[in-house]
Design a binder for this molecule. Structure first.
Ligand code: PLP
Length: 435
């Protein structure tokens, strides 16, 4: 902490002033949760690096928790949005970019029809509403995956197996067991039990958990969930917002999954807020049959700025020129290199930790083997140790994704960035075992 304070006096001064005009001194409450007495204030960011207001340079392995998986201000996206800025940003009318982006999304994710939102959270909220409309049912099955600020998703299991609100779920509109049934990841028989009640509108899941540490699906789990959804008439929604790290079409394309809806946001706008959801023809025709054109503005689906011209220009450039098939090859290579570096140090110092790989993303947690469920991964957390690791690496000029030990590679990340992390991580492990 002393090192942090001595390196960042200008951030400290800005934080003091910020407290006068923002609760907690930050523009959004979760920004006060970074390790350290205050968050770093950013002066500029470019590619895989950023510089704080004190002039310290950092290798950014957080990349805006995937919002800047493209690298900061990728040139093709900046060029496209600069051009669009003088041509109108939002008009409540479509631009031709919407067609190009939809075509590209269909190519990647193998779903034919697309809608656009302001965020991934909105995409998830909207497909949940559509699922309820289509099925006439109430409940959503979920595990511990984070899907944004979606009311139904902040549920967990208590020790008796009942669905309850997660700790810190502020102002829940209703008790969580009214809207949600929790099934642990990789538990197919639990999924079947949950669906048997006949009241489940949708299963909303990431194909690998990424927000409680990484939890990978066991062989057959995802296709099994798809089959159960079909058998019991529930709609299957896959959220690829983070799992796009495995390739251009996320895990759905990689594993040939056939969800009814697919949601994604963050990286696809290169940093410009946006989200989208894709659907099958069957879902689209069911929705069309149930919605009357005369009923306007009360559907709970929309957002004035949804599908705006600026975000579509950003998405078109990002998808076609930044998050390209070729760039993914390089990003995944670096993701593996990062994981190799962590694994070598863990083995060298015999730490009881485990590394999980998800393409351009890697993460370690504090247990010897890979977790199979979100509950297991949550138990392998260690708040104090995590705070120490994050702060220590920050002092060494490396930013990890907060709240767990996760790193992400962008098209601008270099081998030297990964090597710098490997060296800093090894030095830290060596010190930890010598305490
Ligand atoms: C898997 C997943 N889906 C959706 C979201 C929500 O994204 P946003 O906060 O940009 O709406 C997140 C955010 O972390 C996420 O991790």
């Amino acid at each position: 902490m002393e090192r942090f304070l001595s390196r960042t006096p200008k951030s400290a001064a800005l934080f003091e002033k910020a407290k006068e005009v923002m609760p907690g001194g930050v523009p959004m409450s979760w920004m006060s949760k970074w390790p350290g007495k205050y968050p770093l204030f950013v002066q500029s960011a470019s590619g895989a690096h950023f510089i704080d207001v004190d002039g310290n340079e950092y290798i950014d392995l957080c990349l805006g928790d995937t919002g800047s998986m493209t690298g900061h201000s990728p040139k093709p996206t900046v060029d496209a949005i600069s051009k669009q800025l003088s041509k109108g940003m939002t008009a409540m009318l479509p631009t031709d970019d919407a067609l190009e982006v939809s075509k590209e999304l269909a190519r990647r994710f193998h779903l034919p029809l697309w809608q656009f939102t302001v965020s991934a959270t909105d995409a998830n909220r909207h497909v949940i509403r559509y699922a309820r409309l289509i099925t006439g049912r109430q409940k959503i099955v979920i595990d511990r995956c984070y899907h944004g600020s979606v009311d139904e998703s902040f549920a967990t299991l208590d020790s008796s197996g009942a669905t309850i609100s997660r700790e810190g779920n502020i102002g829940a509109p209703v008790l969580l067991d009214l809207t949600t049934r929790v099934v642990e990841f990789n538990d197919l028989s639990g999924m079947e039990e949950a669906l048997k009640f006949g009241d489940v509108a949708a299963i909303l899941m990431e194909p690998a958990m990424t927000n409680v540490g990484i939890v990978l699906p066991e062989e057959g789990y995802l296709s099994g969930v798809g089959e159960l959804a079909r058998k019991f008439g529930a709609i299957w929604i896959i959220d690829e917002t983070h799992t796009i790290s495995v390739g251009p079409g996320g895990m759905s394309a990689q594993l040939g999954l056939k969800p009814d809806f697919l949601t994604i946001g963050k990286a696809i706008g290169g940093g410009i807020p946006t989200g989208t959801f894709g659907m099958s023809y069957e879902m689209a025709s069911q929705i069309a049959r149930k919605i009357e054109r005369e009923v306007i503005d009360t559907g709970g689906i929309g957002g004035t700025l949804a599908g705006n011209a600026l975000s579509l220009a950003a998405m078109k450039a990002t998808l076609t020129q930044v998050l390209t098939d070729e760039n993914f090859i390089k990003m995944i290579e670096l993701g593996n290199l990062w994981c190799d570096g962590v694994e070598v140090a863990i083995n060298e110092f015999k730490l009881p930790w485990h590394v999980n790989r998800l393409g351009a993303r890697g993460e370690y947690l504090f247990q010897r083997s890979a977790p199979k469920t979100g509950g297991e991964a949550a138990k392998a957390g260690d708040f104090e140790l995590e705070q120490y690791i994050h702060l220590r690496l920050l002092n060494d000029g490396i930013l990890l994704t907060p709240f767990h030990n996760m790193a992400l590679m962008s098209p601008y990340t270099c081998k030297s960035d990964v090597d710098a992390h490997t060296a800093a991580f090894r030095a830290m492990c060596q010190e930890l075992v010598s305490v």
